[in-house]
Design a protein around this ligand. Sequence first.
Ligand SMILES: Nc1ncnc2c1ncn2[C@@H]1O[C@H](COP(=O)(O)OP(=O)(O)OP(=O)(O)O)[C@@H](O)[C@H]1O
Length: 359
Amino acid sequence: MRNFRLHEDTSVEFSNKLNFLVGGNGQGKTSILEAIYYLCTTKNLLSSSDSDTITFGRQFMEIKGVIEDLAVHSVRLNYDTRRKYYYLDDKIIPNSAEIIGKFPIVTLIQADHQLTQGSPSDRRKFVDSTLSQLSHSYLDIYIDYNKILRQRSNLLSQIRENRNLNLYDQLEAWTESLILKGAQIIEHRNKFVSEFNGYLKNAYQYIMGDVETPFISYSTLCSPEENIAVEFRKQIDSVKEEEIRRGVNLIGPHRDDLLFLINDKELKKYGSQGQHKTFQIALKFAQFFYIKERINRTPVFLMDDVFGELDKYRAEKISAYLSEIGQAFITMTDLTYYEELNNDNRLITVENGKAKIVN
Ligand SMILES: Nc1ncnc2c1ncn2[C@@H]1O[C@H](COP(=O)(O)OP(=O)(O)OP(=O)(O)O)[C@@H](O)[C@H]1O
């Protein structure tokens, strides 16, 4: 990393098992996770803007890495306040969608409280990012669908201003495309949720025991037994005037949600803080094992300060769970859980933007 947040010039060679990044607050631990995430996805882990990551007073940042996976790849990201460049094996990648799924990654970070406590879009993002890492065809459908949404809402606003017949014909064509792609998204999400529930139950019960059973219910425009395209058409026809009046796409999978339940009770309404936290962690471990089994490759796992907020019982359970994952990067402010770890693992201290391997 060069000129990346506090890291003016930091290099680290990681273990292919667990890497513990230990240091006080504000020393640059999370930034290392952020850099790894950039290399695997081209995107920012914390939804900050790329320009925030350049060390104060500098004009550019650079992150380079070697990823040993099915093959050995060199990856590099440069950002110079105007443009971001991503290189894979020294070849520039113009479209970041090409990288999604190439280096599978799962993250467990502070912002994950939004998964259970935030808005439906946070939950849709979870499903979409999992499916996009698994299948490029899902990503293509998803990108197409979002383009259609934009075009169609522009058109709805135009019709509001000018009710011309030609525009109505165009609207019908966009509605057909919306239904076609939207129905494909719903089919994929339906299948995902039905498969994923087993993984979630395993992960949750590994941490909490089997007195509590988690469940995800997918809330979309119709039930799984109904014909998606037929229902979609029926509902979109019934709100046509309202869509024009508001210039908004009112029906489709962009309004879906996931409902989280514990023992059939809605987590959002009845869950304790601890249950929320356990649910968030279980979602991420389940995502890890789901991706791993579907594509037969082990995602990299990033965990930012997970242990700080947990009681001793759950922290120990999760610490034991770590031995079942592959390469992981785990930040912590102290070494309470380090003693349980074996020789394959690496302890790296991070202090004021400098990283040092301790063992
Ligand atoms: N663009 C930047 N240039 C220089 N320093 C920065 C920049 N952005 C953030 N920082 C500094 O980096 C530090 C935050 O880094 P990071 O989030 O990696 O810390 P951390 O070790 O994970 O801390 P915590 O344990 O509190 O989460 C802060 O001290 C912040 O002031």
